[in-house]
Write a protein that binds this ligand. Structure first.
Ligand SMILES: NC(=O)c1ccc[n+]([C@@H]2O[C@H](COP(=O)([O-])OP(=O)(O)OC[C@H]3O[C@@H](n4cnc5c(N)ncnc54)[C@H](O)[C@@H]3O)[C@@H](O)[C@H]2O)c1
Length: 316
């Protein structure tokens, strides 16, 4: 499978496309607007440097990766020669269902479809794809070049040949495949991560602590972590964080989760702050405090008063 089309060129779709191109695949990024594609191109430009700095890529290899990438807003054109389509559009069931129905009209018969959904089940969308046997989940982690686990999950009608082809594809683009043995909202990673992020968000929404303090505490408790929960939320992006909190808050009738979704909307989305991708989330980038050396150090004694003030009970 050498021809990949990634549908949705946002935070994750952009990374999947770049990683695949870097590993030699011909990749088309499909998105709904030229503006979204421009954002994806800009993200790819940044990845040129990231891959050289963090992966040890040569300037020639990143230039070759870019040459294997193209960008399209016409769905039929974008998927015409795809061996595999990876869907990375918003985590909103109605949007995904509508997209699969449109895709089914134009996709070549043999093409496999994989969803990168964080928390939704392939069974939910299998019928809409029109090819349930050629459909499964292939879920990547943010910072794909570094956190290179790819979770693979079937639904009841996925063919074994599809799973073998998708597993091989994952390996070919530098991933460690993670077989999931039963459909599970959130696979392994998000079954563990989302309750953690939601718990951290509840502490902030309810005024118990602030993002920096929570991140520092978690990073001390888990020495070696590159970020705490709020650094992670910034990486994930506020759109996806909001979609997950709001969808599962409604689904589980979870008032705290819905309050957390509202907090993210009011404090970030409504202000156009999408997290790392816009340079502003819980932290300001590139100089976010949790990335600085010394973030976990014991403070100087003369900082005691300022720190203690954070402990004084809030008077409403
Ligand atoms: N952000 C993460 O850390 C992360 C990690 C793993 C998986 N995911 C999953 O990947 C998917 C995308 O998440 P994201 O964070 O990249 O979202 P995002 O909001 O950054 O990007 C979504 C992109 O999809 C485009 N889009 C919207 N409707 C579309 C349509 N009908 N057809 C094609 N493109 C469309 C948008 O223009 C946007 O560019 C979600 O299912 C999410 O759960 C996200």
């Amino acid at each position: 499978m050498n021809n990949l089309t990634v549908c949705g060129g946002g935070v994750l779709g952009g990374q999947i496309a770049w990683q695949s191109a870097y590993f030699g695949k011909q990749v088309t990024v499909y998105d709904v607007t030229d503006e979204a594609l421009d954002n994806c191109r800009a993200a790819h430009k940044l990845l040129w440097q990231v891959y050289q700095d963090e992966v040890g890529a040569s300037p020639d290899s990143v230039a070759a990766a870019q040459n294997r990438l193209s960008y399209a807003t016409d769905l039929a054109e974008a998927v015409a020669s795809a061996d595999i389509v990876i869907e990375a559009i918003p985590e909103i069931p109605e949007i995904k269902t509508e997209f699969y129905a449109a895709l089914a009209q134009v996709l070549p018969e043999q093409t496999i479809i994989a969803t990168n959904s964080s928390t939704l089940l392939p069974a939910t969308f299998a019928a809409a794809t029109g090819r349930p046997d050629k459909y499964c989940a292939l879920h990547f982690a943010n910072r794909i070049w570094d956190l290179n686990a790819a979770e693979i999950m079937a639904h009841a009608e996925t063919a074994e040949a599809t799973l073998i082809a998708v597993t091989r594809f994952a390996i070919e683009i530098g991933m460690v495949p993670v077989p999931i043995q039963k459909e599970q909202n959130g696979y392994v990673i998000n079954s563990l991560l989302i309750p953690l992020l939601n718990a951290a968000q509840s502490l902030v929404t309810n005024g118990v602590s602030d993002p920096e303090t929570i991140d520092r505490t978690w990073m001390i408790a888990n020495r070696g972590l590159k970020s705490g929960p709020f650094g992670s939320i910034d990486f994930i992006g506020m759109n996806t964080a909001y979609n997950i909190l709001s969808y599962w808050g409604n689904e589980n009738n979870d008032a705290q989760m819905l309050a957390n979704a509202e907090y993210v909307k009011a404090n970030f989305l409504d202000k156009g702050h999408l997290g790392l991708q816009t340079g502003q989330g819980y932290y300001s980038y590139p100089d976010a405090s949790f990335l600085r050396e010394g973030f976990l150090d014991v403070p100087e004694p003369d900082q005691a008063e300022a720190i203690a003030k954070l402990t004084f009970p809030k008077k409403n």
